[in-house]
Write a new protein. Structure first.
Length: 369
């Protein structure tokens, strides 16, 4: 049965999204900030999509400092299908909404400058939208890396051990889903539910899909849809990304409570377990705890020991890459979980407020995924 976010008595009956005429066109929308190293590949994979009818690509340009804006201008000069809009605040939902409002076609495809669409992605998504009459369709995030660190991060992204059991990470069969990675959406559905919430800097896609499902429309996961994603390039940037993301998930729990999946509570549980183990260890080291109480308290170390064994086994498993990638895995997986979990606890306690992801550029609001 579909997980409907509305309380009993207020739920919309399941609805089909309005159909659109074949060949009526597709608008791709892409928020961009400090992506010079990735933008050309992202744009090329988008414009190469086999789309029945016209297509356009709207780039929402944040205040980049690495030459991204100049590169975007050059790309737009070479191809009339590319249009540019300003996103001075650099926030994802603001940029997406500006791009959507500037677009003209009845189907919206969200793309990111750090990602590349697989060949046939859009045509397949359009077929799935038409067949299922869903309001939104998404596929699988397939992380890839160019360096040992990035490849280790990608392996963690692609495994349930790293990012849990979300459909677009775990894969599986076509089914209704809680959310969708990126998303291929009907404009009429977006107009009805109100576009992206511009007060949410991270998790804006989950919140939008919550409203889409709340309005009675289906959100579908299609495993045949694949997007290549490039993780952060360094340990510090990865930690800052996950800390900010966890903080905003905590904010979403404050706003929506139990509508959040149980899996979101695993990383904060790990943080609590690690803190408890550390406190018990300190008491044992100072001999504040001795005898039977110390032996009983030692049970607090078991969850952390089991987790450490799981991470080590993951790093040593077949196909984990070379020695450097395996070594990075031992650092990457706990970093992702502990940073996210710590951010989550802070977000639940105090909200996200003006929390931003500075992993693209230190000291700036750089909240792109």
């Amino acid at each position: 049965m579909r997980n409907d976010p509305r309380p009993e008595g207020t739920r919309q009956r399941s609805r089909d999204a309005p159909e659109v005429a074949p060949g009526s066109g597709v608008s791709f929308v892409m928020p961009v900030l400090n992506e010079r190293a990735y933008l050309a590949r992202a744009v090329a994979s988008t414009l190469a999509q086999d789309v029945p009818g016209p297509l356009e690509l709207i780039l929402a340009l944040g205040p980049s400092t690495d030459g991204t804006t100049e590169l975007a201008g050059e790309l737009a000069e070479r191809d009339a299908r590319i249009r540019l809009v300003d996103n001075p605040a650099a926030d994802i939902p603001v940029g997406l909404n500006r791009a959507i409002r500037a677009s003209v076609h009845p189907t919206i495809v969200r793309v990111d400058a750090h990602s590349e669409l697989s060949p046939g992605y859009t045509r397949r998504a359009l077929e799935t939208l038409a067949r299922t009459r869903a309001g939104n369709v998404g596929g699988t995030m397939r992380a890839e890396g160019d360096t040992p660190f990035q490849r280790a991060a990608a392996r963690a992204y692609n495994s349930p051990i790293g990012l849990g059991g979300g459909a677009y990470h775990a894969g599986g069969e076509e089914r209704e889903a809680e959310s969708a990675y990126l998303g291929v959406m009907r404009r009429s559905v977006l107009d009805e539910v109100g576009l992206f919430d511009e007060t949410i800097r991270r998790g804006e896609d989950w919140e939008l899909n919550l409203r889409i499902r709340g309005a009675g429309y289906r959100v579908m996961f299609d495993p045949e849809l694949s997007v290549t994603y490039r993780p952060r390039e360094s340990w510090g940037r990865l930690a800052r990304q996950f800390l900010a993301t966890g903080r905003w998930r905590g904010e979403l729990v404050r706003r929506y409570g139990t509508r959040n999946s149980v899996r979101f509570f695993a990383p904060p549980a790990l943080v609590v377990a690690a803190a408890t183990s550390g406190a018990v260890g300190a008491l044992q080291a100072t001999r504040t705890l001795r005898g039977v109480p110390a032996a009983l308290a030692a049970l607090a170390h078991l969850p952390v020991a089991a987790y450490a064994a799981l991470v080590l086994g993951f790093a040593l498993a077949r196909g984990a890459g070379g020695i450097r990638e395996r070594a990075w895995l031992v650092a990457v997986v706990p970093t992702m979980h502990l940073a996210w979990g710590a951010g989550f606890l802070a977000g639940v306690a105090r909200g996200a407020r003006d929390t931003v992801d500075t992993s693209r550029l230190s000291g700036r609001n750089t909240p792109l995924p």
